[in-house]
Design a protein around this ligand. Sequence first.
Ligand SMILES: [Zn+2]
Ligand SMILES: [Zn+2]
Length: 422
Amino acid sequence: AEDPSTILSRFQQYLQINTAQPHPNYYEAAEFIISQAKLLSLESQTLEFVKGKPLILLKWPGNDPTLPSILLNSHTDVVPSEHHKWTHPPFSAHLDSTTGNIFARGSQDMKCVGLQYLEAIRKLKASGFRPLRNLYLSFLPDEEIGGNDGAGKFVDSDVFAKMNVGIVLDEGLASPTDNYRAFYGERSPWWLVVKAVGAPGHGAKLYDNTAMENLLKSIEIIRRFRAAQFDLVKAGQKAEGEVISVNMVFLKAGTPSPSGFVMNLQPSEAQAGFDIRVPPTADQASLERRIADEWAPASRNMTFEFKQKVSVNDKFGRPAVTAVDSSNIWWELFEEASIKANARLGKPEIFPASTDARYFRERGLPAIGFSPMANTPILLHDHNEFLNKDEYLKGIDVYESIIKTYASYIQYQRDDASREEL
Ligand SMILES: [Zn+2]
Ligand SMILES: [Zn+2]
């Protein structure tokens, strides 16, 4: 077997490529991935649906290419970081020799997963394994800024249609406990801007219907809603992914002046932005009504606009979730493979944020969110994001088991039923 330090140094190499938004070095990442693919004799292809945003597609052909394929997805971009607030620079991929923790932006979200797929394939190849069905790996751009130019374009492409994908694996979250976490759905992002207008006037005058007052009423109502949702989580009645979250992310109002803002003028416009995440089981229409009637009512001189509004339903009008019971053979195989790898899974969950998996589920494809990181604090998008080297190495074995199980599964007629209706 290969020396773990060689495996880890490849991970570090990938982490050292600065693919932070808003200017990810996509081409350097692409070059690295393609060079790794070559060493593994995988077919590779660069797709540039949007200029400057390359998508890398790798293929390990199966013995029976007519069977639905497996897609192992990851994204190459990462979120920005405040370098000076980190103990080790975010692109140093520093390996702490005492703890074995590897510090880097992307160590959890989600360069770990992208390379673990490749390392698992390396091991399978070394053992002489041959996949029965086609196995694809996609390394997508754009995830952290919405995915429209990455996953969005990919799922609409002819290339994707020809791949005949049967199951997608995408990212999950770290787990602070011994159990790994698996996700069968995710909350839909609704990015809402509410705007108030009102009569401008002297800063000393008390009068009704100012823009500020109108906006503040909305903010109060939204805060009450937020608190009620949060209470359900705090009381243990609902998981994080099962409530509607709403967080104010900006406030904008006032008349600028050289020294800051004009202090004796009540502005005629004010706005606030909210990041709302809606569970797939939520009543979308009722939330829409709530926004129009209570959060931004025309009667209070308010308007609203969505910067992003992803439907909670798939293209068939059903909640965009993947079945995690015996009706979904891919879920059963996933569980079976985890047991074989000695990986304990918690109860499947709704991912509280958003991933590219939504683009696949929206098309009715089953997708499982999974990042094998147990005993790990959740640090995605945080300072000092890290992954322990042993967790990383263990994750490779878990993927080895999953890929082997998926790629050797022979689809019997019995199991075709659930796919057929797709
Ligand atoms: Zn992220
Ligand atoms: Zn991610």
